[in-house]
Write a protein that binds this ligand. Sequence first.
Ligand SMILES: [Zn+2]
Length: 221
Amino acid sequence: MPQLGQHDPAPSLRQKLAGRPIRATHIVACHHCTLARGAGRFVQIYSTHEQVICLRHRLWLGDGVTGVTDQLSIRDSPEITTAWHHHRNLITRHGRSGVRKAFHIAAVINWRWYDQFHHFTAATDIYDTLAANQPRHANSHAVVAASLYPSIVDLTAVMASPRWAEIAHSRHPDQFLDRISVEVTDGWQPRGASDPLRDWMRSDWLPGFRGSDAINASKPR
Ligand SMILES: [Zn+2]
């Protein structure tokens, strides 16, 4: 399996990634958009969990972006934009709270796969494109998060479906595992006690989930 990036993340970054993801309640707005509106370069806005890109300027605004310089270009990685449209369609189809929850679990699982063996070809290909075009971002949290995003959405699509979740938690989950291996994991079937997806299938765990998007709860009236 190809390595995601030529070097392992620095220990301090690994430390930061442990237990990812943390729920974000705000993001740094796209700096091209805010500059165009005369609001300056650094503007924080409340966000919902699917607000991870600026479609107009093709910038990554999601996980790992803490400042304007982390807003990397995704112009040459159309898979990320496609995944974002898919993500929004899932919310329309299954409802915000179910997708938010599935997305959270899918993100934890994908980050654990990344930590365990550097993930799968779809993510490594995106990583290679992003890092080659923008070497100063190589190995940053944002570039890894952007690379994993389409896989996280693909897994979310299966987990957010009540029918597929029921198959996953049944005594005969083969159909679910087949679909995962075709759509997410390069033909590999997750197995073993330490695999995070198998753990979810067994226990339906929900690590660190703290409710739905904060914007719904704290929006001023
Ligand atoms: Zn923008």
